[in-house]
Ligand binder design. Structure first.
Ligand SMILES: NC(=O)c1ccc[n+]([C@@H]2O[C@H](COP(=O)([O-])OP(=O)(O)OC[C@H]3O[C@@H](n4cnc5c(N)ncnc54)[C@H](O)[C@@H]3O)[C@@H](O)[C@H]2O)c1
Length: 436
């Protein structure tokens, strides 16, 4: 450890950590079943940076390279307890079977434990997710009462499960597109809106309000604006609660943020990037509604501009045709297939093409992200952090950021994440300079 840097005081991760998931669908059930399977078999939780990645400390000659989970005080997988809300799924077992991501052979040994994760009734409004007809929905009709009911759920869960701490990760459906409105301007305006049942307040905002008022850190896995709204940023800061969002970075956008920094590093130009997907799960069905797809589209489109910096490199990236399509195609279920056609150009402007055909499993890519977010958000809270956690940009398609704007390049995001952990633990950031 360096003499000139002091580690931050971080409260120990003692006791149980409750992981609350609005939306017990494909992603949430794959996370819960995956954690239970890992606990049972001791297998490696592949894809989870918090569990499997190492972090270099000091210079390379020092040879210090511990696992992240041994370097920072994270909650243990054995200490996690799961809960959630859903208007359709009765419990995590049914959710996993409906999602059809994991095989029956994998689910069978976990079935009673999964069945024990019973969905609480959701705050749901079909105006925001037209393709779902919710049945397990709270009886309260006034928004202020719905927020109170969610806060009561949170407290009941905390007590019944003897939780030392809670975190929440939004894993529910993508809501219809909306622009921020007057009701989102401030906490006061939002609270008045709750009392007046303002039509601009969506269910995800009511969950966010309930979480933050209960002191529960919240990460947003969907492209909904929820946590970007000024009232939520203000509330997170006032209540001293960490927030992070939005939209898990999996599939095609993950590929985009892997490939585009490489093209830019080599100063190769890009004329066009056409991305299309077929997807047959419930998420795909919800996104088949144009108003819900619009929310997703706006979160996917920002990536290239920030990475390629067309304002700095107008000759290379000033005129890119960027298109993103998602088609709902039920036969594929959760096994998404994505195609990218990238029109690039090199020396003397000669054109070339890159084709990517990614056959991925959406929830298999997303589940470890939810695990990492739950563990890192809990760490952030214990480290005294509040408000936007930019260091977790690594996990998001449209990272929430401060005034300087988002960083999309996955390698810069990874450096930011690891350097933040190094700083908190009193280690020097790694700069990869000649001396380091
Ligand atoms: N899987 C991925 O790779 C990925 C990547 C980025 C973002 N996401 C987002 O994560 C979310 C979950 O994805 P999924 O594949 O699990 O979808 P899913 O449709 O399987 O699950 C979503 C669940 O949310 C429930 N829900 C809807 N409204 C709700 C509400 N108001 N309260 C509580 N529950 C509600 C639905 O009933 C459904 O069971 C979606 O918003 C999706 O866009 C997923």
């Amino acid at each position: 450890m360096n003499d000139d840097s002091n580690p931050r005081p971080i409260r120990p991760a003692s006791g149980r950590l409750g992981v609350l998931l609005p939306g017990l669908g494909a992603v949430a059930s794959t996370l819960i079943a995956g954690v239970m399977k890992t606990r049972m078999t001791g297998e490696t939780p592949i894809g989870s940076v918090s569990q499997t990645a190492h972090i270099r400390l000091g210079t390379r000659e020092e040879g210090r390279n511990p696992l992240i989970r041994e370097f920072v005080p994270l909650a243990e997988l054995d200490d996690l307890v799961f809960g959630g809300w859903d208007p359709l799924s009765p419990n995590a077992l049914e959710a996993a079977r409906t999602a059809d991501v994991m095989s029956e052979q994998d689910l069978a040994p976990l079935s009673s434990e999964l069945e024990g994760v019973v969905a609480m009734d959701a705050v749901f409004d079909q105006r925001w997710v037209s393709r779902i007809d919710g049945v397990r929905v709270k009886s309260e009709t006034e928004m202020a009462d719905q927020a109170e009911a969610l806060m009561a759920d949170i407290e009941r869960f905390r007590t019944e499960n003897d939780c030392d701490r809670l975190v929440m990760v939004w894993c529910a459906s993508t809501e219809a597109y909306q622009e921020p409105s007057d009701v989102h301007r401030s906490i006061d305006a939002f609270e008045a809106g709750l009392k007046a049942n303002d039509a601009n307040i969506s269910p995800s905002q009511i969950y966010a309000y309930a979480a933050l008022m209960s002191g529960v850190p919240l990460a947003n896995g969907a492209p909904n604006l929820t946590l970007d709204l000024p009232c939520m940023v203000e509330l997170a800061e006032r209540e001293g609660v960490p927030i992070a969002g939005k939209d898990f970075k999996t599939g095609q956008t993950l590929m985009k943020t892997l490939i585009s920094p490489g093209l830019k590093a080599r100063m190769l130009g890009v004329r066009g990037w056409y991305s299309t997907n077929i997807l047959g799960n419930r998420d795909g069905m919800v996104l088949d509604a144009p108003e819900n797809f619009q929310t997703k589209e706006s979160s996917k489109l920002g990536v290239l501009d920030t990475i390629l910096q067309p304002d700095v490199y107008p000759e290379l990236y000033g005129d890119i045709e960027h298109k993103v399509r998602i088609d709902y195609y039920p036969p594929r279920g959760d096994d998404k297939e994505g195609w990218d056609n990238i029109d690039i150009f090199g020396w003397l402007g000669y054109p070339m093409q890159v084709k990517i055909n990614f056959l991925c499993r959406d929830s298999i890519l997303a589940a470890p992200i939810v695990l990492d977010l739950a563990l890192f958000m809990d760490l952030a809270a214990r480290a005294g952090e509040s408000g936007i956690q930019e260091w977790l940009s690594f996990y998001f398609k449209a990272p929430q950021s401060g005034p300087a704007g988002p960083e999309h390049d996955i390698f810069i995001q990874q450096t930011k994440l690891k350097n933040t952990l190094r700083e908190w633990m009193g280690e020097q950031p790694v700069t990869h300079s000649e001396a380091g």
